[in-house]
Design a binder for this molecule. Structure first.
Ligand code: ATP
Length: 254
């Protein structure tokens, strides 16, 4: 098993945001989590990526229980994530925003930094190379020196992907990666996710855009009031009575 949630729950006081969810992320595939607003999707991501400790249950990555590890340790294992609202530095360049991603993999300490040791210089070079590589991958190399404040929403989404990729992940968790962009841009970001999978990275995303997710995902889990109500291929989800009742017939947006 690659990455697996086992009987995972997260409570906030009396509120069961995630309730006894079993889910395994398929390696090398596009895995999607859908569900109405407040269904627990982001909380599920937060528990898996270490932002929240689970109330009960486990997260197993390549055989090890990672449910009590802090986010930086989880990221070091090769699990990256993006957020719904990407917190980028608007007054810095695209390059400067992305270069920090790979610092996760560096070992320089305060001493190295103060005395600009060989190790620091080599590691800084590596971070710069990595930033250029991932900006190229996401199609933003030409915009490297532009200020983030002056670029489009779609380009900001690409920066979020680049930042996650700069950590050298095996799996990326993308929280609504196409929110706030138009249909053509949505299609381009979907292609970028496919390109990530072709590169050997496993993708797990939260998405509200149903048409897009039905075309893109290999596997879908549906959450409703914190509980998994269905799991399967897009076809299986499309034809699932409980899903239609809880979600597709209700607040879904195209
Ligand atoms: N830190 C928190 N403290 C208290 N309650 C929270 C916290 N985070 C989330 N919740 C609650 O948990 C429930 C699930 O929220 P969550 O954000 O995970 O849902 P979601 O499916 O991602 O929703 P959306 O699609 O609107 O982003 C909601 O009722 C929310 O108000």
């Amino acid at each position: 098993m690659f990455l697996e949630a086992k009987n995972l729950s997260k409570h906030f006081g009396g509120l069961h945001a995630v309730k006894e969810v079993d889910f395994s992320v398929e390696k090398g595939k596009i895995n999607a989590i859908i569900g109405p607003n407040g269904a627990g999707k982001s909380t599920f991501f937060n528990v898996i990526t270490g932002l929240h400790r689970p109330s009960s249950g486990q997260v197993i990555f390549k055989g090890d229980d990672i449910s009590k590890l802090p986010p930086n340790k989880i990221a070091l294992l090769g699990i990256a994530r993006t957020f719904q609202t990407t917190n980028l530095f608007e007054q810095a360049t695209v390059f400067e925003n992305v270069v920090v991603g790979h610092r996760l993999r560096t070992k320089s300490n305060l001493f190295d930094a103060i005395f600009r040791t060989k190790r620091t210089k080599q590691e800084e070079e590596k971070c710069k190379e990595k930033a250029l590589e991932v900006l190229h991958f996401v199609g933003l190399a030409h915009a490297a020196e532009r200020m983030v404040g002056s670029i489009s929403q779609e380009e900001k989404k690409r920066i979020a992907f680049a930042l996650a990729l700069a950590t050298d992940p095996e799996i990326v968790f993308l929280d609504e990666p196409t929110a706030g962009v138009n249909p053509d841009e949505t299609e381009e970001l979907a292609q970028l996710m496919q390109k990530m999978v072709q590169k050997g990275i496993t993708v797990c995303l939260i998405e509200h855009k149903m048409q897009m997710i039905m075309k893109l995902a290999d596997k879908i889990m549906v959450l409703n009031y914190g509980e998994k109500i269905a799991e399967g291929t897009p076809d299986e989800i499309n034809n699932n009575e409980e899903v239609i009742k809880a979600y597709l017939g209700g607040s879904a947006s195209a």
